[in-house]
Write a protein of this length. Structure first.
Length: 262
């Protein structure tokens, strides 16, 4: 008798509707992309802490999933500080490198913006089930059913690419053609993987058409997707975070829109 592993218990923000998570992340990100000051990004990052703590994501999973952000943020800060627009007093200069007070502030703002925009997006979507997201996009946002179901089918097929790549590598090694020329081998496997993906996509499209996935008329759904009070609350929280960040930036005179005068 085979034991069935219990599904992981979802808690906190993980239980919210995926559409609510999507809209909350957009509400947080949109105001931050119109300004390049460090104050608004810093305030937003501070206000996001309760949301990150209530995400239901374990600490190990959190650090693993957000590792690219922790690498990208200081990299962006260093690059902009060294090669960004010069303003204010010059701190350091060598060849093409000109570090000024303005470029340092701009680098700090870039790092904070990467974290303030990226952290909630990653944490909110790390627990999203693709089927739940598709249900919400079609039923709540009223996106075309054919587009949503096609996207869901494509997302479900992404996991097969890894297995196909592994099978191709084993097959080539069994035929003795994987011992030299790593670059050439990788290009050949990539082309073979592309051919397999196209063939599988064509077969999947034919199967879905045969099951009337592209039929006209109103479509029914196996699972109903609705916004609960907690979903509205997290979207309101995203709006409050962005509005507070911009308000504080304007109040202290640090607000610097990207489309405004330099």
């Amino acid at each position: 008798m085979t034991a069935i592993a219990p599904s992981p218990v979802r808690r906190g923000v993980a239980t919210l509707n995926p559409v609510a998570k999507l809209l909350a992340a957009l509400l947080i990100a949109l105001p931050l992309v119109i300004t390049i000051d460090p104050v608004s990004a810093g305030v937003a990052l501070l206000l996001e802490l309760p949301l990150l703590l209530a995400s239901g994501v374990g600490w190990r999973r959190f650090w693993v999933r957000t590792l690219p952000l922790w690498i990208a943020a200081p990299a962006a800060a260093v690059t902009i500080s060294l090669y960004g627009e010069r303003s204010g007093a010059e701190v350091f200069s060598w060849a093409f490198v000109h570090v000024s007070e303005g470029s340092l502030a701009l680098g700090l703002a870039a790092a904070l913006r990467v974290l303030a925009i990226g952290l909630p997006a990653v944490v909110l979507f790390v627990t999203v089930d693709p089927t739940d997201l598709a249900d919400g996009l079609a039923q709540i946002l009223r996106l075309p059913a054919r587009f949503v179901i096609g996207g869901l089918a494509g997302m479900r097929m992404l996991g097969l690419l890894t297995e196909d790549w592994r099978a191709l590598a084993l097959a080539r090694r069994a035929r003795g053609v994987a011992d030299a020329g790593r670059l050439r081998r990788a290009l050949g496997m990539a082309f073979a993987l592309l051919v397999l993906a196209i063939r599988r996509g064509s077969a999947l499209a034919t199967a879905m058409e045969a099951r009337a996935f592209g039929a006209p008329g109103r479509r029914t759904w196996a699972r109903e997707s609705r916004l609960a009070a907690s979903d509205v609350a997290v979207m309101a929280g995203g709006l409050v975070i962005s509005a507070t960040a911009v308000a504080v930036s304007v109040a202290v005179g640090a607000f610097h829109p990207i489309f405004g005068p330099s």
